[in-house]
Design a protein. Structure first.
Length: 178
């Protein structure tokens, strides 16, 4: 049975760092046996089909990035259903009509409320947020670039792989999975 997965890379082609040509990645993935490979914008959003499981896809994809492209970045492999459910549950649509200002951060593990609260004690946050297990919904009123609860902060503070996408990009990704 074929599985469709969405692969999200953190920190690719941002600010001149971790450069990765999506056309090169796509052709390599096809050569390595992935099918129906689609990339969305240049910041590491890939849709692919495979016979592999989610875990096997993650391992193979990470290995390709490291061996072929000498790139070691956080990789999250998600099902389209996981992303759609996250979007459907987004709690802050009332905060802005501009979906590029509404954000969802995906993490590679669930964070408990006690872990979350314990590590955020005494930290002043201006952004509006809601944690739901391994997903952080965020509306940073001053812009994501000024938000403390960005993916790098989460990775450092909670030792998770995390990557963020705005709702506008998530809609583009989901449209390509249908």
């Amino acid at each position: 049975m074929k599985n469709t997965f969405v692969v999200l890379l953190k920190g690719v082609n941002v600010g001149g760092h971790n450069k990765l040509k999506m056309a090169d990645l796509k052709s390599t993935l096809l050569i390595k046996g992935f099918e129906n490979v689609t990339t969305i914008i240049q910041s590491g959003n890939i849709i692919l089909t495979t016979d592999l499981s989610l875990h096997e896809t993650h391992q193979k994809f990470t290995s390709i990035l490291e061996k072929k492209f000498d790139l070691s970045v956080p990789v999250l492999v998600l099902t389209p259903a996981k992303i759609k459910n996250a979007l459907d549950a987004f709690p802050f649509f009332d905060k802005s009509d501009d979906e590029s200002k509404l954000h969802i951060t995906f993490m590679d593990r669930k964070l408990s409320e006690s872990e979350w609260n314990g590590k955020l004690d005494n930290i002043s946050l201006k952004e509006t947020y809601q944690l739901k297990e391994d997903i952080l919904y965020i509306y940073p009123s001053e812009g994501y670039h000024k938000a403390k609860l960005n993916a790098t902060f989460l990775a450092n503070k909670f030792k998770v792989n995390a990557t963020n996408r705005n709702v506008k990009t998530i809609r583009k990704i989901l449209a390509k999975t249908e």
